[in-house]
Design a protein around this ligand. Sequence first.
Ligand code: ZN
Length: 386
Amino acid sequence: MPSLLLFQNVRVLTPEGDADWLLTDGAHIAHIGMGAPPDLPMARRIDGEGGYLLPAFIDVHVHGGNGFDTMDATPEALRGMAAFFAAHGVAHFLATTMTANRESVRRALRNAAACLGAQPNGATLLGVHLEGPYINAKAKGAQPGDYVRLANAAEYADWLALNVIRQVTVAPEFPENAAFIRACAERGIVVSLGHTLASYEQALAAVDDGARQTTHTYNAMTGLHHRAPGVLGAALTCDALLCEVIADNLHVHPAAMALLVRAKGTQGVIAITDAIRAAGLATGESELGGQTVYVRDGKATLADGTLAGSILTMDAALRNLQAATGLSVAALVPIFSTNAARQLGLAHRKGSLRAGYDADLVLLDSALSVRRTVAEGRLIYSAVEM
Ligand SMILES: [Zn+2]
């Protein structure tokens, strides 16, 4: 692959407004310019056909896809997931674990630690999002209830020592979980409140302990009551909390998505898929956390009808969120990359199109379908033969 890629005939969405062309040099963005693109015989020219070039998507909450799951704990699973995500515009992701026994979680963490970084022909694995097991069994959603438990220092010290966890989802209403929240925050791990029945006050106490995000906001948390605003009330009003949202129109009504974006602004929302191994596969039976999942009509559920993750992809999430909010693609960019990069401490080189930043790019056509995906200068997906 040549190290120079020149994207032209495209709207380059930079924080300062639209530009006309972008040139990569190896792993980085070399130049962004207006007007006619430079005449560089060495560069591979990519015609954007009047579409959009924006920072590649970052998915911080995704269990699997295309038949693979983080809990498979194999390199093949992470590679298969990474290739599937690349086809949907994702250049970086956090492989997300399920609530499970200590050894199963450890296996998934060790596997991810061994596989960190660029996956062949796929997105780059940034680390793990540990979802559970320190959650509330009464708000477990599709997490297996048998393994839900209180934080245990010996257990999580072992997991944290693997240095692969970048985000955790935890229920803050149990005093035992406060030390875990503080231990994660001290290490720079994003602490996200989820699968929780905490009160508004307990949520704010967790913010004091270092919590900075809410997991699949609206889902599996205390809702908004005007005399008891709950975790949702804290999420909507506390600037310290950024809010994940599953923008599949099933987990959250489009009007509730629009409300979230109005309350938080585009700097305060993070689109995620929460996708499972069934994503990208045909309708039928699948699996999540050892449970049978039934996929039909775009919906993944357990036998009792509980939503079991999603089969959403990030490009579809962008189309859904645009329809729900009426905002421009440019306005939605932070929700799909910049905000996640900031949470993960990567905003100085990822999540925005700027000269010198990593060449993490997604090229979309005017209907917002993915044409090309680039991760650190690697062309990891092309909808057309190159
Ligand atoms: Zn969840």
